[in-house]
Design a binder for this molecule. Structure first.
Ligand code: Q9C
Ligand code: ZN
Length: 335
């Protein structure tokens, strides 16, 4: 299987995040991709597709904000990573404010997603890795892997959150449609609900979003991912959330996966994008499922049983020492 990655994805390296009321070392650190690269063998350099594909998902003003936020932060006399501290409550009127702190709140929804000097560059190349993997699949490969980092599935069209800035899977889905595919399924099996991706496609009937994740009643991102979120308008019925309890092991996960795969098969997509997070692993430091390394090939094989051209994109996974092995195990199942 061809895998795609760009070394500029290492430029992003914030130092701390706000977690349960304290500043702690940033969990989405550069040791993650290094662990994956050491385990999966050769990768190919991402090809630059420019910003046009990004603009199919993300508005110009959001890209401009991401690009300049750290420079604006420094220009305001600040040290370290740019991070917001005021967020507009839902329903607050839109205001076009210029102070960096106001814009950090406007374009994010949590306190755990700081912007460092290299953030835009890394997020840009993370998306380009996904687009390069998509090219391989559109070119006829049955499956390809994009080592996306930073991850993307919590990023909406115009907001960052959950260590995510640009939504690689969403950009790839739109690029596939622009390339002539008519129906896309996105299967998100990261531990956390892919709220950004859901939000982007919530009213779309041509993109099915299915997510298996920790029940948001007890885990991040809390405000999205509940089972009664089924899509709206043209997208009514094209969104399926399968929240699972703490401690879920392979048996419970596989039951949800069967439900997810049946829905995807019924939708009849031309292409599958699988958002893979290894934070479902039993030893993940911020998550509470109970999957083992040997479970990932089983999950990968189930997904390939759909017989769909498949692009796998990397999302979360924070047990750094085991991360590479878990990703390699999943890819083995996709082969
Ligand atoms: N520091 C992904 O797995 N952290 N994102 C919760 C705040 C958010 C995880 C506490 C977890 C987001 C891509
Ligand atoms: Zn996650």
């Amino acid at each position: 299987m061809r895998s795609f990655w760009d070394p500029r994805q290492l430029s992003h390296s914030p130092s701390k995040e706000l977690h349960n009321g304290a500043f702690v070392p940033y969990a989405e650190h550069i040791g993650r991709p290094k662990s994956i690269l050491a385990a999966i063998g050769a990768t190919e350099a991402a090809v630059d597709h420019g910003e046009e594909p990004l603009l199919r998902v993300h508005p110009r003003d959001y890209l401009d904000f991401l690009w300049s936020a750290h420079k604006d932060w420094r220009a305001a006399g600040r040290e370290g990573d740019a991070a917001g501290y005021v967020w507009p409550v839902v329903g607050r009127r839109p205001l076009d404010l210029s102070r960096i702190d106001a814009r950090l709140g406007r374009y994010s929804y949590d306190g755990g997603t700081p912007i460092a000097a290299g953030t835009f560059e890394s997020a840009y190349w993370s998306v380009q890795s996904a687009l390069s993997g998509l090219d391989a699949v559109i070119g006829g490969d049955p499956v390809a892997f994009a080592l996306c980092r930073p991850p993307g599935h919590h990023a909406g069209a115009d907001y960052m959150g959950g260590y995510c800035y640009l939504n690689s899977a969403a950009v790839a889905a739109e690029a596939a449609i622009a390339a002539g595919k008519s129906r896309i399924a996105i299967l998100d099996i990261d531990y956390h609900h892919g709220n950004g991706t859901q939000d982007i496609f919530y009213t779309r009937g041509d993109v099915l979003f299915v997510s298996i994740h920790a029940d948001p009643k007890y885990d991040y991102p809390f405000y999205w991912g509940h089972a009664d979120e089924e899509g709206a308008g043209d997208g009514e019925g094209a969104n399926l959330n399968l929240p699972l309890p703490r401690g879920t092991a392979l048996a419970g996960f596989a039951r949800a996966l069967d439900t997810a795969l049946a829905r995807i098969a019924a939708f009849g997509p031309d292409l599958l994008i699988c958002c893979y997070g290894a934070d479902t692993f039993t030893d993940d430091p911020i998550s509470f499922f109970d999957l083992q390394t040997i479970d990932y090939p089983v999950i990968g094989r189930s997904i390939m049983s759909l017989g769909l051209p498949t692009l796998a994109v990397m999302e979360g996974g924070y047990a750094t020492d085991a991360l590479g092995g878990n990703v390699a195990a999943f890819l083995e199942g996709l082969q």
